[in-house]
Design a protein around this ligand. Structure first.
Ligand code: GUN
Length: 285
């Protein structure tokens, strides 16, 4: 039976650390980190996530400013809002919740955010630092996953890691971080033809495909480390990951549950990124 990788517990620990750092520092207490949250339109999931981000920020002593822009907002109006926040010395960190409506050019908006306030690490400058192995703000979910592996003293060096899904939010930065940690990385995606074989060979499987039941225990190498980033909702509204947990738990050495695995880490590391931007610090390698 696999050991459960408890993301919820690590997220709680990280939030507690952030809270204590802010409370113990007179400069931070006097002028807490300020995170601007930009929501465009009324996508149900995005609205929920932004509200949750604001609530969790408040719990650790990070201030937020929320901006709800209509779905029909023009690119120029959105850029104007972003630039105002870039130029506001009271704002340390800017988050533009994705996805954006189809008429908006997402990369253009991400490039409008100052790399110094880019709390998601989505600006090409920060993406470049990540891929060069240099210090910089790292995307929250992959950063959280690396921290979870470290928490359980799982050394990825030399291991075969398979990342399923190539999004700029999770899959691609995840592959970059695993490569930086000396894993041998394969990045699979919806066009990959031999996924079964790739899964069978992997010591570490990170599934971020958004497809319930994609990874079954019978496909896994015995003793694999399984990280499930999937957030899929069944017809009855229940949340499940990409991995068939019951079968995978029997074959894996370590596994993240859904919920309670990767999900809570995203917001915890968003808050950590916001604090680090406030402090003007970059992360260690
Ligand atoms: N949409 C889904 N995940 C994320 C995330 O981590 N950051 C932003 N900005 N949007 C998202």
């Amino acid at each position: 039976m696999a050991e459960i990788l408890d993301g919820k517990a690590l997220a709680q620990k990280v939030r507690q650390e952030i809270k204590e750092i802010i409370a113990a520092d007179p400069l931070l207490s006097a002028r807490p980190p300020c995170l601007a949250l930009l929501l465009v339109g009324d996508n149900e999931a995005s609205t929920h996530y932004v509200a949750l981000k604001a609530k969790m920020a408040a719990k650790v002593g990070i201030n937020t400013r929320e901006f709800a822009l209509p779905a029909a907002v023009s690119e120029s109006a959105l850029v104007a809002t972003i630039e105002e926040l870039n130029n506001d010395p009271a704002v340390d960190a800017i988050l533009l919740q994705l996805p954006l409506p189809a008429h908006i050019n997402t990369p253009k908006m991400l490039m409008a955010i100052s790399p110094k306030k880019d709390v998601d690490g989505f600006h090409p400058y920060n993406v470049g630092l990540l891929h060069m192995g240099l210090s910089g703000i790292q995307p929250c979910t992959p950063r959280g996953i690396m921290a979870l592996l470290a928490e359980y003293k799982i050394n990825v060096s030399g291991k075969r890691a398979l990342v399923i899904g190539r999004s700029n939010i999770v899959g691609t930065p995840m592959a970059a971080l695993l490569k930086r940690a000396d894993a041998t990385v394969t990045l699979a995606h919806s066009k990959s033809q031999n996924l079964r074989e790739l899964i069978a060979e992997a010591d570490i499987v990170v599934s971020a495909a958004g497809k319930a039941g994609l990874v079954h225990g019978s496909m896994l190498k015995s003793g694999a480390i399984v990280i499930d980033v999937g957030q899929n909702y069944g017809s009855d509204g229940t949340l499940c990951g990409d991995v068939d947990f019951i079968s995978a738990e029997k074959k894996a050495a370590y596994i993240t549950p859904v919920p309670g695995g990767v999900g809570p880490l995203t917001i915890a590391f968003l808050l950590k990124n916001a604090l680090e931007l406030r402090l003007g610090n970059d992360q260690e390698k």
